[in-house]
Design a protein around this ligand. Structure first.
Ligand code: CIR
Length: 291
């Protein structure tokens, strides 16, 4: 197995840095039965929403954004849903949202951990308004809370590992967002500060069994202390966004070296074509909320 050890310094736990932040429960309900407790690498549910009619107007800095195909994105999304269902997950479809171009990237709308969901406060104005559809569905399964200003937080920044979260402090997520995340979900959150990036999970994801996959830039970060790190080749950085279901890892098609590394680390790999998702700056994790 090719593991790359990291230099360990000190893990930065956010509770040492941030004041407590009281919340209101916005949509209290009593009829749910909590179905999930601690984080599991074998989720049973996947919440998804297919790309809406405005998808091609997504936020994107991808050079091929102008070639993005809604039809292709829907086909790729369908294959993604089918794959999750074949892996045994209950795939829960949130009704399509044709008003918000980025509405299929539901990962950014909510963070689920410990049987609860924090509904995110999106950093980008054009994405505010995506969350209610996701919130209405999630609250049938678990208690929810809405993140409140001045917090901004997007689930694409939040890496889930056993017993902890690791969040980017990025262009989309601020310290207040992480404080609210930690308080409501009652889980320690380590942070990686990099305001130049959109989301941390484009660079770091957790495979399970104590193994992360990361681009070189973050591999030595103290927040990843204690994990074995697979470092993606420089030209395969996109492959660092992976989606684990048990011992199976969904990975983007075309990144063969990274896929081989993950296989050699003991995982089964399913390769998916996500070209039309990538053109909207999305990746595999962005398309679902798992629990
Ligand atoms: C955005 O810029 O917000 C979307 N076009 C892409 C969001 C991707 N989401 C993710 O990485 N979790």
């Amino acid at each position: 197995m090719k593991y790359f050890s990291v230099l360990y310094k000190s893990t930065i736990l956010i509770e040492q840095k941030l004041p407590a932040n009281p919340f209101k429960v916005i949509h209290p309900r009593n009829h749910y039965t909590p179905r999930t407790q601690a984080h599991t690498m074998t989720p049973r549910h996947a919440l998804v929403r297919e790309p809406g009619n405005q998808y091609t107007s997504c936020l994107s800095e991808h050079p091929l954004h102008h070639t993005v195909s809604l039809k292709g994105a829907r086909e790729q999304h369908k294959k993604y849903r089918e794959t999750l269902a074949e892996l045994g997950l209950e795939v829960i479809m949130v009704p399509r949202d044709d008003k918000h171009p980025d509405s299929c990237f539901v990962e950014d709308n909510a963070v689920v951990e410990n049987g609860k969901a924090l509904i995110c406060r999106m950093a980008k104005e054009s994405r505010r308004g995506e969350q209610p559809g996701v919130a209405v569905t999630l609250e049938e399964y678990m208690p929810i809370k809405w993140a409140e200003a001045p917090a901004t937080i997007e689930g694409g920044d939040v890496v889930h590992a056993e017993g902890k979260l690791i969040s980017g402090i990025s262009d989309r997520t601020n310290y207040e967002g992480v404080a609210q995340l930690q308080e409501w979900l009652e889980v320690p959150v380590a942070t990686i500060f990099d305001p130049t990036i959109m989301h941390l999970k484009s660079y770091v994801t957790y495979l399970g069994k104590g193994i992360m996959i990361a681009t070189e830039k973050y591999a030595n970060h103290p927040a990843l202390e204690g994990y074995n790190i697979l470092i993606t080749p420089a030209e395969e950085g996109y492959a660092a966004d992976t989606l684990s279901v048990g011992d199976t890892v969904l990975m983007a098609e075309g990144y063969t070296t990274a896929q081989t590394m993950v296989k050699e680390a003991g995982f089964d790999v399913i390769s998916l074509n996500v070209s039309e998702i990538q053109k909207c700056d999305g990746a595999l994790t962005c398309l679902s909320v798992l629990w």
